[in-house]
Design a protein around this ligand. Structure first.
Ligand SMILES: [Cu+2]
Length: 175
């Protein structure tokens, strides 16, 4: 027969095992990449010239996924500003913003009539603090592999239209 304190210790040990085991089972990295941002507005200097970015997308057990964008080395002129950023369907080509095509949209991928929202697209807007910014998104789908990119825009994402102004910089996100 266990004393109550022994039972508590056993229950605690079980909880620790569950807590440590669950993330490895539930989350699978789809893509993890980093590098210098490519300039999509090379005719003018901007806050993302020379900045670096890291993108991680992980799948969870219920068919959802979680994405994290981290940008570092952002110019001081952008301090405190919020920038739109999204997973785009096409590749990142320096100097050619159009090559990134439109936003990756799960409804378009699935042949449904497109709905533009933060549930059907991966929006990673971030606000700059101390030259860095982090954007996260959790969506109820797992993006399909391809030659994709994350594009950083000049303005925050409009929640109705998904628009975020000029394309400033991008990172290849291909798997
Ligand atoms: Cu975009």
């Amino acid at each position: 027969m266990l004393t109550s304190s022994q039972a508590r210790i056993a229950a605690t040990a079980t909880a620790i095992v569950l807590l440590t085991a669950t993330p490895a089972l539930a989350l699978g990295a789809i893509i993890r990449t980093d590098g210098l941002l490519s300039d999509l507005a090379p005719s003018s200097s901007g806050p993302f010239d020379g900045a670096r970015a890291r993108v991680q997308i992980a799948e969870s057990a219920n068919g959802a996924s979680h994405a994290v964008l981290t940008v570092k080395g952002i110019g001081a002129a952008a301090e405190g500003q919020t920038f739109g950023a999204h997973l785009h369907d096409g590749p990142c080509v320096a100097g050619d913003g159009a090559a990134a095509l439109g936003h990756y949209n799960s409804h378009v991928q699935g042949g449904l009539s497109p709905e533009v929202s933060d549930r059907t697209e991966i929006w990673l807007d971030f606000t700059v603090a101390d030259g860095a910014g982090t954007g996260t998104a959790t969506v109820p789908f797992v993006p399909v592999s391809g030659s994709h990119s994350v594009v950083v825009h000049a303005a925050p994402t409009n929640p109705q239209t998904g628009a975020a102004g000029a394309r400033l910089a991008c990172l290849t996100v291909s798997w």
